[in-house]
Design a protein around this ligand. Structure first.
Ligand code: ADP
Length: 249
């Protein structure tokens, strides 16, 4: 076992940030980035200095969700300055390399890009940073969780069996690197994927169910036009569901 042989490397704090919560999913397309964006926006609505770090260098989606683009400026000592919208600071490889999703990244490039995102951003003082992990539970996720000090992790899954079968890998990854799993969020519940898959899974594995976000056309539409639900329809039941989650984190 990789970790058993090498021991845990030092987990460094992200400078200028009080608390870091990682949002992960074992599988792509379950709504991890949409959830991450809405959580960061919900923290900001509660008056916290909030930020979001998109570590998915293969398919960054935070620029689109926040309707932001353009090369970040740098401080005198070459730290990247986050881009802001809706009261949330953000950083993503999508700003640095607009075609990031179509690049054939090689191992060393991946490591360098991730190091830069984790340790070369001037957040300028944040109460909370939502770290949007790439989907999956492989080397990249392991590298990130080993190199930064995370205060906790949230695992997003849809209620369908195929997603839940792999969700357990996400939990195992965080246990290995000593990051507390704060709980799971069920996304896209409804007639397509079912209603209770994640809550049943949580009950069986002694995990907290943090919240349930239903499959809803407006969540898709809001994400598509770069204005996530918490800002696009702040009084909706869906926005309230995000606020209930962030109040417990
Ligand atoms: P991931 O980050 O897990 O790959 P995304 O956040 O990119 O997933 O979401 C995948 C797609 O599903 C996006 O088009 C997004 O707008 C949509 N989506 C996410 N959550 C919901 C939901 N609860 N209801 C409807 N559409 C959703």
């Amino acid at each position: 076992d990789f970790i058993a042989k090498r021991g845990l490397p030092e987990q460094r704090k992200i400078r200028g940030v009080s608390k870091v919560i990682a949002v992960s999913s074992a599988k792509g397309g379950v709504g991890k980035s949409t959830i991450s964006a809405n959580l960061a926006l919900s923290f900001a609505r509660q008056g916290l200095r909030s930020g979001i770090l998109d570590t998915d260098i293969f398919g960054p989606s935070i620029p689109g969700l926040f309707n932001l683009s353009g090369e970040p400026r740098r401080t005198e000592n070459e730290q990247l300055i986050p881009l802001s919208n809706y009261g949330v600071k953000s950083m993503s490889m999508g700003y640095l390399v607009p075609e990031a999703g179509s690049i054939a990244w090689r191992g060393l490039m991946v490591t360098k890009a991730i190091q830069q995102l984790l340790h070369e951003v001037d957040w300028g003082g944040l109460d909370i940073l939502v770290l949007d992990l790439p989907p999956g539970t492989g080397d990249v996720q392991l590298t990130i969780t080993q190199h930064v000090k995370l205060d906790g992790a949230v695992v997003v899954s849809t209620p369908e069996d195929a997603a839940l079968r792999v969700a357990v890998r996400g939990i195992t990854l965080f246990n290995k690197v000593d990051v507390p799993v704060l709980g799971m969020i069920q996304n896209m519940s409804g007639p397509v994927h079912g209603l209770t898959g994640v809550s049943d899974f949580c009950a069986a594995h002694d995990i907290t169910l943090l919240g349930d976000i239903p499959l809803h056309a407006s969540i898709l539409a809001n994400a598509g036009r770069g204005k996530p639900t918490v800002v696009a329809e702040p009084e909706s039941e869906r926005a309230r569901a995000f606020h209930r989650i962030t109040r417990t984190l």
